[in-house]
Design a protein around this ligand. Structure first.
Ligand code: PMP
Length: 334
């Protein structure tokens, strides 16, 4: 059992679970890393902790200092919790179009929220640029910069990859997940390849992101769209530079939702859509390995990124799903 003498020690060392339905569909073992078990209920707690520790080690973050980030989601939650545990303040910049729930959550955790009008990335008023400027203007503040700060992927090289290797006792054939900042896929990919270069690393991309075409055809080009939060990247972030991607899959929201539905209804796991998309990618990777002659004991791992409790007004809301033209889970259909 995992015992920790401090709360930050609760970040990482998450359980790994064999997923029955996905394994049956793939014809081999599909394992899910339970990142919803982190204190902030998502994979981003790891990046938050490593970014803050890196800033401390560099001497840019001093006692009582402020961490500024532009994010609407899980990174803000992770940063706010880590900051509380270490005596820092958090300022989160987000577009005013974000859901009420997210604003309420970040305020509840003690973060200071700065709302800006929604704007394209090329506009200096975009929330990411605003957060950088705010960090520069605020005495004693650092900018977390999760997209291009490689302390993010280092978290996954040093923790997630090592944990997967240990938990699967050094027998793992493939790993896949989607990319937001790219910290998880690049970090776990680099970390696992350092143990065994033959482990197949696959990017699982949602529609509306540019990375599938980049890795398949060398061209950053997005097609379609997705309602999945936290994933879908249009550029090669610093975290993605040099990521050892062997193959790539493009997964629709409908395929992702299928696994969100099955994992909840059949296996009692309530997850967000990026997890469902990751599982669909893992099934595709598992099938490919089986088709190449690997046996039913081939092992593919993926990331269960966050809890579905964060999406009660969206993914788990019949009206919202209908408005988006997405299938409604039967038990919500009324
Ligand atoms: N899923 C969710 C729900 C997320 O919030 C994130 C973080 N943006 C990801 C997946 C992707 O993680 P990463 O930023 O490491 O690519």
């Amino acid at each position: 059992m995992h015992v920790s003498r401090d709360t930050l020690g609760l970040i990482g060392n998450t359980p790994l679970v064999l997923l029955a339905g996905p394994s049956a569909a793939a014809g081999c073992e599909i394992w899910g890393k339970c990142e919803f078990a982190n204190p902030g209920a998502s994979v981003k707690d790891r990046a938050a902790l490593w970014i803050v520790r890196d800033a401390e080690a560099r001497g840019t973050l001093k006692p009582g200092g402020t961490i500024v980030e532009g994010t609407a989601g899980n990174t803000g939650i992770g940063l706010a919790l880590v900051a509380n545990a270490l005596g820092y303040k958090t300022v989160i910049v987000m577009p005013e179009t974000q859901s009420r729930e997210k604003m309420d959550t970040l305020r509840a955790l003690g973060a200071e929220l700065v709302l800006v009008p929604a704007a394209p990335f090329s506009n200096p008023g975009h929330f990411v640029h605003t957060s950088r400027r705010l960090a520069e203007e605020t005495p004693g503040a650092v900018w977390a910069n999760q997209f291009d700060n490689i302390a993010n992927r280092k978290a996954h090289i040093e923790s997630t990859a090592r944990e997967l290797w240990d938990q699967l006792e050094g027998r793992i054939d493939g790993f896949t997940c989607s990319a937001g900042t790219g910290g998880t896929i690049a970090g776990v990919g680099l970390g696992l390849k350092a143990y065994d270069d033959d482990i197949r690393i696959a990017l699982t991309d949602p529609h509306g992101a540019a990375l599938f075409n980049y890795y398949a055809h060398g061209e950053l080009r997005a097609e379609g769209s997705s309602v999945a939060e936290g994933i879908g990247q249009g550029r090669i972030t610093a975290n993605l530079e040099g990521a050892p991607i062997d193959t790539q899959y493009r997964i629709s929201d409908a395929e992702g939702l299928h696994w969100v539905e099955r994992l909840l209804a059949d296996e009692g796991l309530c997850l967000g859509l990026s997890s469902g998309i990751n599982v669909a990618g893992a099934v595709a990777l598992g099938r490919a390995l089986v088709a190449e002659g690997k046996g039913a004991d081939a092992r593919v791992a993926t990331i269960l990124c966050d809890t579905g409790f964060r999406y009660l007004s969206t993914l788990y809301n019949a009206e919202w799903l209908k408005a988006k033209g997405l299938p409604v889970f039967p038990w919500l259909a009324g």
